[in-house]
Design a protein around this ligand. Structure first.
Ligand SMILES: [Zn+2]
Ligand SMILES: [Zn+2]
Length: 458
């Protein structure tokens, strides 16, 4: 079943995932009602509409955050923090200011200042038309708390300590919103800093130690940590992997004890979303062929060496999740809310911020200078399997962007996929170009019911 139906009166089609949730008109829209002749909201990608888009987007954010803040029982939050730490604290007046407020795409942070100088953050989930169902939000809170608990109790990786958490609709939660209370760490995001030669080596060396620490704690299943108490593995919570059943209850993928089953289930789920008109609506035929081809031809080769042991991976490793001090010491790794366990090859492919983005999106699989250096450091530390996960990491990167990677730019799929083909060295038959591959697949899957349906609808 679909996550959300189209909000237009009388329309029975499912809303398109992500792109179909418009924060400006606060509606879920299907692929038909997203077309510009019906949906008139400005588009950030159209130059003439950019200014109006950002103006309305700013206004929508202010309205959303003010509504969120009004639900927070500040007295209850202060009492809770004081009871836990047994030190008086102050919560400065909560007022949204886009320049000063600590906010990401998913979470808003309220500072709690203790009189002895310690600061905690109350991390609360933003709520707007792009939000997933409440049951999923609650699972994310529990999983993030569990992940922080695992990292702080079992590894030496610097992370903020979790002092408390509560679910959005828990009767015992007097704060009014779901939240996690964590330490505020001093440091600035690595992605905001300019690194010299020695600084880069110093950061890569510390990053290698983080990889080594994660490798020392294997899990027997693929999924997300689900409970801070038991540290057991539950289903995958990644947004594009969720669904609902006929009654509207969440339906999730996993946990899996086989890499092959994990990959196959993820691809089959994406194929369903494509056929239902919920993802890749602008390039459905191309995306369908890509997912079918990966499922039928590549996935066995990719997963054959990835059995038995799985490792925790930060799934949003763009560089702003690493906090550094002035000497480029890593003081914290934050934002673990989508973290999951996965195969060695995926868990230890290079973090995305080490890639040369231009080369990568152009289809090249050449390792960046930073990736090569990182692999060398791991090898010097005697970690050959981690070093080869980095040097072979392009397969994991490209799989992540080809399967369920419906982005703002549908034109990127051909280069991403041809990069995957090159990385996996599928030799039979040889394809020189996307057009040649696509032509061949249209012929190969000519009798496939799914493909026929998409061609009819196009
Ligand atoms: Zn709109
Ligand atoms: Zn519709």
């Amino acid at each position: 079943m679909t996550l959300f139906k189209c909000d237009v009166d009388g329309c029975l089609f499912p809303s398109v995932r992500r792109r179909g949730s418009c924060t400006l008109c606060e509606r879920h829209l299907c692929k038909n009602h997203l077309k510009p002749d019906f949906h008139r909201c400005p588009d950030s990608l159209v130059t003439e509409e950019e200014e109006e888009y950002f103006e309305r987007s700013r206004a929508a954010t202010i309205k959303e955050i003010n509504a969120l803040i009004s639900r927070v029982n500040v007295d209850a939050l202060r009492d809770r923090a004081m009871t836990i730490r047994q030190v008086p604290c102050i919560i400065p007046e909560i007022e949204y200011d886009s320049a000063k407020s600590m906010m990401g795409g998913m979470n808003y942070h309220i500072p709690i200042n203790f009189v002895d100088g310690v600061t905690w953050l109350c991390r609360i989930r933003r709520h707007n038309v792009t939000s997933t169902p409440l049951a999923h939000q609650n699972l994310l809170i529990e999983s993030e708390a569990a992940t922080y608990h695992f990292l702080s109790s079992r590894t030496s990786i610097p992370v903020p300590k979790v002092h408390d958490y509560a679910l959005c609709d828990s009767p015992s939660n007097a704060i009014g919103v779901g939240y996690i209370l964590i330490d505020k760490l001093d440091g600035v995001p690595l992605s905001d800093r300019v690194l010299g030669e020695d600084d880069r080596k110093h950061v890569l060396n510390q990053l290698a130690d983080i990889f080594i620490s994660l490798k020392q704690h294997p899990f027997s299943e693929i999924g997300c940590l689900s409970s801070p108490e038991s540290l057991s593995i539950g289903p995958i919570l990644e947004e594009c992997a969720i669904d609902t059943d006929q009654e509207g209850h969440l339906r999730l993928l996993g946990p899996f004890n086989s890499a092959l089953e994990y990959r196959k289930s993820s691809i089959k789920h994406q194929i369903q979303l494509i056929l239902r008109g919920e993802s890749y609506t602008r390039n459905a035929i191309d995306a369908y062929l890509v997912h079918r081809f990966i499922l039928d031809n590549i996935i066995d080769i990719i997963t054959k060496d990835d059995q038995g042991k799985f490792f925790l991976k930060h799934m949003d490793d763009k560089g702003d999740h690493i906090l550094v001090d002035n000497a480029f010491n890593i003081v914290g790794v934050i934002d673990w809310e989508w973290a999951q366990t996965t195969t060695l090859s995926e868990a230890f492919s290079a973090p995305l911020y080490l890639l040369d983005v231009g080369e990568y999106y152009g289809g090249s699989n050449k390792l960046s200078r930073e990736e090569s250096e990182f692999a060398s450091i791991l090898a010097q530390k005697g970690q050959d399997s981690l070093a080869s996960a980095v040097t072979q990491g392009r397969i994991a990167h490209r799989l992540a962007h080809c399967v369920g990677g419906d982005t703002d730019d549908p034109d990127s799929l051909p280069d991403l996929f041809m990069g995957l083909l090159k990385a996996t060295c599928v030799p039979d038959p040889p394809f020189d170009s996307w057009d040649q591959w696509r032509e061949s697949m249209l012929s190969r899957y000519g009798d496939d019911d799914g493909l026929k349906l998409l061609i009819e609808c196009s």
